[in-house]
Design a protein around this ligand. Sequence first.
Ligand code: GDP
Ligand code: MG
Length: 427
Amino acid sequence: MLTSICGINWGDEGKGRMVDLLSSDYDVVCRYQGGNNAGHTVINDKGEFILNLLPSGILRDDVVNVLGPGMVIDIKHLCNEMDRLRAGGIVITPDNLKISDKAIITMPYHVQLDCLEEERLSKKTGKPYGSTRRGIAPVYADKYMKKVFRMGELLKPELMYERIHDIVEWKNLTIVNGYGAEPVKDEDIVAYFEEYGKKLKDYVIDTGLYLNAQHKAGKKIMFEAQLGALRDIDFGIVPYTSSSSTIAAYAPIGAGVPNLKLDNSIGIMKAYSSCVGAGPFTCEYFGEKAHKLREAGHEYGAATGRPRRVGPFDVVASRYGIRCQGADEIALTKLDVLDGYEEIEVCTAYKLRGEIIHEFPFTDVLDECEPVFETVKGWNCDISGCRKKEDLPKEALDYIKYLEKACECHIKYVSVGPERDAYIIMD
Ligand code: GDP
Ligand code: MG
């Protein structure tokens, strides 16, 4: 059984929290793309945790966690994240964490280049990409340039050290000659691998072989996405996207099992909209409306602390997200955030040059789109204690049905609080 948990919107839909909940039925949880630019907040019986690189299954004692070849791994950040979780009582050993030998290592100079480019853009155009500045775009660029180090090389450091000089020389062409910054030194890179590579090498395996064996043995495997459909490198709001594929169909590839097919795709969709960083966000609220929703939803980035932009639910973008993710069913999250509204707005269409459109347009055109809002009745009471469908007020049930109809996808789960048990099964 292979299930993907993916984001329908701009990210921060509560994927980590739903993986934490649904992984009770699974044996393996696997991250397949992205790096430490992810920020998943999970609250359960063990405490409150923020995960950047580790799969959310790491919080369950009987789940094995995999970092797949589609990922980019900042080894210093990973070591620190492991230490942070261990300090919170989480056990992490090569038995419950496996890292793909083919996963790429994010280097300190990737982080440096990410910052240099964002600063250059800020100065020149006043419009940086809104990067998390964790080196993700530069490291994926180098992956396709075939000038990167992979986790498997940590097992053969002599071979790796032979390549350091060539790669550093090539990187300095950009860092020194392009940006006028201080050069990277070979010995700093060696020291970096010495310090952090050593701590991780026991975790490195061929995750493709491992996952195939697990699948053959009848084990259940879950793929956890970082970021939502609209941040996908191919289908998202380019260039305000991540640099990897956040799409469910990519999960088996990014996990190391391109030979296996997904059995189902569960889309995580938020009851309203949020978007961190720059880029077109048609349904955006401003001023007092934005402030009220942001505070109700505590919309500040888990990885960066940045205030997230917010708006009402966007039918146009969400239907596109559902299509991109091939979602079979939906988990609707953060419904309780809308508790304090007599009336709830929904963005049902966009207005483009006087015409009403219902399909998500090309990114450049998005800048010209204006939102069309409809209003539905709110429930205006606290639903965070509801645990059964029957507990929900009629207006909340109507809102769920409204979204289901508008998005043409079955909503199976609804979450009404950040805690593990704060959810309702709608079937
Ligand atoms: P992810 O990146 O998709 O995993 O999502 P984030 O963790 O970045 O953002 C989701 C935030 O909402 C986290 O702080 C969660 O603890 C919180 N959260 C998740 N589900 C719910 C919910 O149903 N209600 C409320 N109030 N908060 C939730
Ligand atoms: Mg997040």
